[in-house]
Design a protein around this ligand. Sequence first.
Ligand SMILES: Nc1ncnc2c1ncn2[C@@H]1O[C@H](COP(=O)(O)OP(=O)(O)OP(=O)(O)O)[C@@H](O)[C@H]1O
Length: 190
Amino acid sequence: MAKHVFLTGPPGVGKTTLIQKATRALKSSGIPIDGFYTEEVREDGRRTGFDVVTLSGGRGTLSKVGSDSTIARREYRVGQYVVDLVSFEQLVLPVLRNVNLDSGTGKKVCVIDEIGKMELFSQSFIQAVRQTLVGSGTVILGTIPIPKGKPLGLVEEIRSRKDVKVFSVTKENRDCLLEDIVTTVQNCRK
Ligand SMILES: Nc1ncnc2c1ncn2[C@@H]1O[C@H](COP(=O)(O)OP(=O)(O)OP(=O)(O)O)[C@@H](O)[C@H]1O
């Protein structure tokens, strides 16, 4: 029996869009849901970084292109992007902490979009996700990248868990998966 649901698939295939649709459907059926999405930031048509956006409307930087002097830890780099761990953790860790608090309303759903290279620089994030995975009060609805290059520890762990249902999103199936995803999340709460 699945306890958590993850979507995987190539970049740009529509994982975030599907998670947003599922979030709306789950919310409208009264299910408590929180978490965050990762969103591209574009300036003059060019991608300049990624923001994290919480379901409750908070926004912070995940990464920015180049060598922004306001980002102290230069070593956290993925390609041309420098990860702002301070900003990421400030926004995301309280959300994960809060979602794991028992509010007596039954299992909550926590959107974690995504668990990728950039996010995995944060040991506190890894710890918080692990805690949520093994805990019994929260269902994760998350995204993980398809395996490529060096294995990403936590992502491999998630894939190998027996209590995780992974949906592989493709251009061909992305318009047919919503109902199945929503039903699986609802069943995870039982
Ligand atoms: N079902 C769909 N039909 C048409 N366009 C779609 C569909 N789903 C997503 N898109 C478009 O594809 C683009 C990428 O979508 P989205 O951000 O959801 O993908 P993603 O898999 O989350 O990407 P990334 O891996 O970069 O986070 C967006 O412009 C979105 O509007």
